[in-house]
Design a binder for this molecule. Structure first.
Ligand code: FAD
Length: 438
């Protein structure tokens, strides 16, 4: 059927991209939108359900390249959304950034390409004192062994992720979007009819039939639809430590500090006074062999509110190098967080070539949150078949790029020595036992 404002549209996944898509479509006047998710909103397994995320949208792709054009366009639209859209106003903290590396290889990676340079407003950081001076006295008390990097005061910072997710869902609901959470919203498979997709089968109750189906199930998308190896579900690790009210005040308005081989932190959450730290590494997969006639090597996401002991050690190592006064403080929260990498880490936003009524909005590849205000507009353009032509080309269905995919590829990520490879949850020997609210 021809798409019109009364068409039934089913969005699978109420996370970052699914909720943004629902809101954009509702604002464009679509009146029959249903969003399915296995959890009541906000989903505890959504990558976007996190206190904060880095917003650093400068592209290191060569100037004049296709990738650079797309990156810059999407960044402009996203920043405009964070600053001007009433739904997102106040959630973007333009506090600046400190970006660093430790090993020679890491430093080389940071300095190659058209990324960090004084011409682009970055200032080099070479000594321990250079790093310490990027924040108020008493914050960065560490020695920064081997660290070198860059800092910048504007055009980047962090966003209040969970608040953005909650506000997007609330605004979409206000526009009449229906969110279905729980087993009724847990999609098992799609409905295939006459060479097309006609909705989704769920765990409980009748299937949801729809004129158009948009798959935004993040790391779980490949469990619902065969992505032909284009998505590698990969998990990262995060931990929180409690801060005193005085510390929270001292830590206000800090630039984001990110060492591409160690980890990153932003200022503590103002509500709960917790500091989130992510240790940096190329990720964990959970390798299994899929059942059936065509067994495949698949990484299967699972939810867990603990992290491997080796991730805890990396978090503490990062703290010892930057803020040793916090290095031994017990965690108040920890979890693994799943995203899905495409082979080149470009998003996968496309109409499926064989199923005209199926749109895919997947492949966040570790950098899909910062674009939240704009990404749903791209997915809505895709549904309406009016995507920017260069974006359409970059984000296309591209199974040929995943033939014989190297599942161990680092995908331009780094970790400290000893964990500078994609790790396997099946081989993890111990987990933290952090007592925390779910
Ligand atoms: P999600 O937000 O995960 O949403 C997927 C949704 O699908 C969830 O709500 C889930 O419940 C639902 N779902 C799952 N299974 C089903 C099913 N069977 N049926 C229906 N629904 C289902 N990006 C940045 O830009 N900056 C950062 O600093 C940053 N930091 C990150 C840190 C970590 C630890 C991780 C893991 C990711 C980070 N990212 C960051 C990446 C970013 O979070 C993701 O790219 C983005 O959130 C992906 O959005 P999504 O909608 O595809 O997935």
């Amino acid at each position: 059927a021809v798409l019109n404002k009364e068409s039934s549209i089913l969005v699978i996944g109420a996370g970052t991209w699914g909720s943004s898509t629902a809101l954009h479509l509702a604002r464009r006047g679509y009146r029959n939108i249903t969003v399915l998710d296995p959890y009541p909103s906000p989903s505890p397994i959504a990558a976007g359900n996190d206190i904060n995320k880095i917003l650093e949208l400068s592209s290191s792709a060569p100037r004049g390249s296709h990738e650079r054009y797309v990156g810059d366009k999407l960044a402009d639209d996203a920043i405009r959304g964070w600053k001007e859209d009433p739904v997102y106003q106040g959630l973007y903290h333009e506090t600046g950034a400190v970006t660093a590396a430790t090993s020679e290889r890491g430093r080389h990676a940071l300095n190659e390409g058209d990324g960090y340079s004084e011409a682009d407003g970055w200032r080099p950081l070479k000594t321990k004192q250079d790093f310490q001076k990027t924040m108020p006295d008493g914050v960065l008390t560490g020695d920064f062994p081997g660290w070198q990097g860059w800092t910048k005061n504007d055009g980047c910072g962090w966003v209040e992720a969970r608040h953005a997710l909650l506000r997007t869902i609330a605004e979409a609901e206000r526009h009449g979007v229906s969110f279905v959470g729980g087993e009724r919203g847990q999609v098992l498979s799609l409905i295939y009819e006459h060479g097309d997709v006609r909705g989704a089968v769920v765990v409980e109750g009748p299937a949801f039939r729809a004129d158009r189906t948009i798959l935004c199930a993040g790391a779980n998308a490949a469990r619902i639809f065969d992505m032909q190896g284009q998505l590698r579900p990969t998990a990262w690790t995060l931990a929180h430590i409690p801060m005193t009210p005085e510390e929270t005040t001292l830590y206000r308005n800090l630039p984001v500090l990110f060492n591409i081989e160690r980890g990153f932190f932003m200022e503590p959450d103002a509500d709960k006074h917790e500091l989130k730290i992510c240790d940096e590494h190329p990720g964990y997969c959970n390798w299994e062999t899929s059942p059936g006639d065509d067994p495949r090597h698949v990484s299967v996401p699972f939810a867990y509110h603990q992290i491997p002991i080796d991730a805890e050690q990396r978090v503490r190592q990062f703290l010892r190098e930057t803020m040793p006064h916090l290095a031994d403080r017990p965690f108040s929260h920890a979890r693994i967080c799943w995203c899905a990498d495409t082979p080149n880490r470009a998003f996968l936003i496309t109409q499926h070539p064989s199923y005209p009524s199926l749109v895919l909005g997947v492949g966040g590849s570790g950098h899909g949150f910062s674009y939240m205000p704009a990404i749903g507009g791209v997915i809505a353009d895709c549904l309406e078949d009016r995507m920017d032509s260069q974006m359409k080309q970059l984000f296309r269905w591209r199974p040929e790029t995943a033939t014989d995919r190297d599942w161990t590829d680092l995908q331009s990520r780094f970790g400290p020595d000893g964990s500078n490879h994609v790790m396997d949850f099946q081989k993890v020997v111990g987990w933290t036992s952090v007592s925390q609210a779910a």
